[in-house]
Design a binder for this molecule. Structure first.
Ligand SMILES: CC(C)(COP(=O)(O)OP(=O)(O)OC[C@H]1O[C@@H](n2cnc3c(N)ncnc32)[C@H](O)[C@@H]1OP(=O)(O)O)[C@@H](O)C(=O)NCCC(=O)NCCS
Length: 156
């Protein structure tokens, strides 16, 4: 696992179309913009020396740390693993890398996830996320609902 590079953007867009066909998949341009904005993105590849891109995940710094001891706030913007590579621990490793970065910042982590995405929900529950609420019709064009989730900042 290593950093996602601007040269990965086109491959990310291909994966997005496979993974989020119903929900406005991100374009290569959007991935490049995320990297330009300085967000923290990781890539999983199928070879030790940088083979084909099989997964990606990104964490954005939203705010802080604020006054009065308010923690920094981050958000998981996207995470995805190639359908043929799912269920082999790649997603958990990507998420762990993003959460390590958030923990270094002592930051809370927010995310939205489709209410019917059992795999992702289980992954998030098992890494310390709690449900905050529901956003109706959050995803477009599917109209699917999202849970908002939050993982508290590390105290370690
Ligand atoms: C969600 C996603 C990133 C997980 O990546 P992955 O590599 O498939 O997941 P892992 O193999 O690391 O498994 C992580 C956990 O997910 C859960 N999980 C994985 N496959 C599962 C399955 N078939 N059924 C139920 N839970 C499953 C388990 O809790 C698993 O942890 P465990 O292996 O320790 O029990 C991946 O499935 C994906 O890209 N899905 C489509 C895009 C998406 O939904 N992204 C999240 C948007 S919020």
């Amino acid at each position: 696992m290593g950093p996602l590079l601007p040269s990965d953007a086109a491959d990310c867009a291909v994966l997005e179309r496979l993974l989020f066909a119903e929900d406005d998949p991100w374009t290569a341009r959007m991935f490049r913009d995320e990297l330009t904005a300085g967000h923290f993105y990781l890539a999983a590849r199928d070879g030790a020396d940088g083979g084909r891109l099989v997964g990606y995940g990104g964490l954005a710094l939203l705010a802080g740390p604020g006054n009065a001891g308010q923690p920094a706030e981050t958000e998981i913007h996207t995470i995805g693993v190639h359908p043929e590579q799912q269920g082999r621990g790649v997603g958990r490793r990507l998420l762990a890398g993003l959460l390590r970065h958030a923990d270094e910042l002592r930051a809370a982590v927010f995310l939205e996830v489709r209410t019917d995405n059992e795999v992702a929900l289980e992954l998030y529950r098992s890494t310390g996320f709690e449900r905050l609420g529901v956003r109706r019709n959050y995803y477009r064009p599917s109209g699917a609902d999202a849970f908002t989730m939050r993982r508290p900042p590390s105290t370690g």
